[in-house]
Design a protein around this ligand. Structure first.
Ligand code: VGL
Ligand code: ZN
Length: 181
């Protein structure tokens, strides 16, 4: 089975949000087009308590139950089978979707017999990176869909460096056009 993991396509990571990824909203239409090609679509949400230590590094964003933590309004959220909340504790960053505390992502994927995991969303250099690295280490055939991710680029090259690191770790970097139903 093949699954699509939609990482953190939330208002605060899109233009106008508290931690906006440049062009973050560009991934939305690509992801919407991809969803129907998958057996299962899962998504993560960054979901922080307001007193998180994470906010020593970042402006406050994706606070639990706030509008900034909602999915982008144009994301086809009705096609998401399951949502995983991460960064929910006040003691860690929780960048990887596999660190979700609301549900065990690895367990759910294994139960669904997922072999191929395609990762899309925000941001390439943080949560996409951490999620794809965890996925490949756990033995999933892991793909990052290049036209369905965008980077924060705190430093201008962070996104390209993250992709290079992923490629070296065994993650396949592909275009959405390469995915067949
Ligand atoms: C993220 C920075 C802080 C992400 C989350 O979703 O990539 N980046 N929190
Ligand atoms: Zn965060």
């Amino acid at each position: 089975m093949k699954a699509l993991l939609v990482v953190d396509v939330q208002n605060d990571f899109c233009p106008g949000g508290a931690l906006a990824v440049p062009d973050g909203d560009k991934v939305v239409s690509v992801i919407n087009g991809l969803m129907e090609m998958f057996d299962i679509v899962v998504a993560s949400k960054d979901w922080h308590p307001s007193d998180s230590v994470h906010f020593k590094k970042w402006p406050p964003h994706c606070i639990q139950n706030s509008n900034g933590a909602e999915f982008h309004p144009l994301l086809a959220a009705n096609r998401i089978n399951r949502v995983f909340l991460k960064g929910t504790r006040n003691k860690d960053d929780g960048y990887s979707a596999f660190e979700a505390t609301s549900d065990d992502l690895e367990k759910v994927l294994r139960e669904k017999k997922v072999v191929d995991l395609y990762v899309a969303g925000l941001a390439t250099d943080y949560c996409v990176r951490a999620s794809a690295l965890d996925a490949v280490r756990k033995g999933f055939r892991t793909y990052v869909v290049l036209d369905a991710v965008e980077a924060v680029n705190v430093k201008p090259e962070d996104g390209v460096h993250a992709l290079e690191e992923l490629r070296k770790a065994g993650v396949a970097l592909i275009s959405s056009r390469d995915i067949k139903t």
